[in-house]
Design a protein around this ligand. Sequence first.
Ligand code: DSN
Length: 424
Amino acid sequence: MNRFDCDYEAIKRIDPEVYDAIFGEFARENDKLLMIASENYASYAVMEAQGSVLTNKYAEGYPYKRYYGGCQYMDIVESLAIERAKELFGAEHVNVQAHSGSSANMGVFFTVLKPGDTILGMDLRHGGHLTHGASVSFSGMLYKTNFYGVDKETGYIDYEEVRRLAQECKPRMIVAGASAYSRIINFEEFSSIAKEVGAFLMADIAHIAGLIAAGVHPSPVKYADFVTTSTHKTLRGPRGGMVMCKGEYAKALDKIIFPGIQGGPLMHVIAAKAVAFKEALTAEFNDYQRNVVKNASRLASELMKRGYKIISDGTDTHLMLVDLRNKNITGALAEQVLDLAGITLNKNSIPYDDKPATVTSGIRLGTPAMTTRGLMDSDMEEVADIIDSTLKNHTDAGNMETQRRRVEVLCNKYPIYSTHVVKV
Ligand code: DSN
């Protein structure tokens, strides 16, 4: 992973400000522990495809049915992306043109819902996503929304409560999936509930797509009518989206993605998706995903040993939500001081949080990026201890420097970029 040949000479010459920002980012990504659960390090092969000449080409339409000439290489890369995604997830139909996870979700909603229809999704404040019905998103503006959450005591989704809500609100669509839920999602149970009330089931697997591809989390593909994902989180591809669906919805979905809600596909990103899917089909990728989960599980238990309350008392996935209320620090302050110590993560509302989203009582921690750079479960004791020491003594500048050096030791042990790139 840690070799990068491109010297960025053209950007350096033409636009030194952007060049400096890019190299600043190389250094930041190399010198800090990135623990934002939705981030990862795409491989150089993925970045080469995304930074390629394919950005120049219009290719409206779908493979071998385009509205522009000269698409022969576009047809190759898009077909490869589709076929590899099908193989990876066992999907009947795949659309790789969605620009993002949000566009993927919009595409599905527009395919089978009409404005004013009812949807049932996971509450944003309990770990759901903006596009699952939050009022500030198109999903909350266009549809009648209802939400399920997690049980106050256990932190788990209560499927009987989901069933009760579904029977009460009779949604046209149920959305299963989350951005801050650390337990296995029972897609089979969601499917039973959806069938009982005559709803479509959409599974948004953006966070756990890599885990599912590697068989580390159960797949929703055979249970859900539609499965959406972004491609850059655990899946470790380029920033983008994708929709999978049953064959019966294929035509309608494709028509909504293009020309319904998007114009020309981002062919450089689609090529990068194809590369990422090829990488994801390897045994090495499966090992990586197992390590992601192993690291998260060890980190959660090391934090619990140090008196931290983890929502649901642990994790089955790549992430965990930490309730900081017994530590006398808000999520916002924790995010700020941990970044000074060299650990980047995000403040996050915890279920039933009484603080606003700009403050929060919690933080969300994820292991995908640091596992890509090679950290093992034996390193999680050190990571937990740095987090604990930083939060306990966050007003002590000397201690902050000590923790920053501990992070530096870990980052030097597991470099992600070559010195050629980070020491300019
Ligand atoms: N914003 C992403 C996250 O951080 O989870 C979800 O799309």
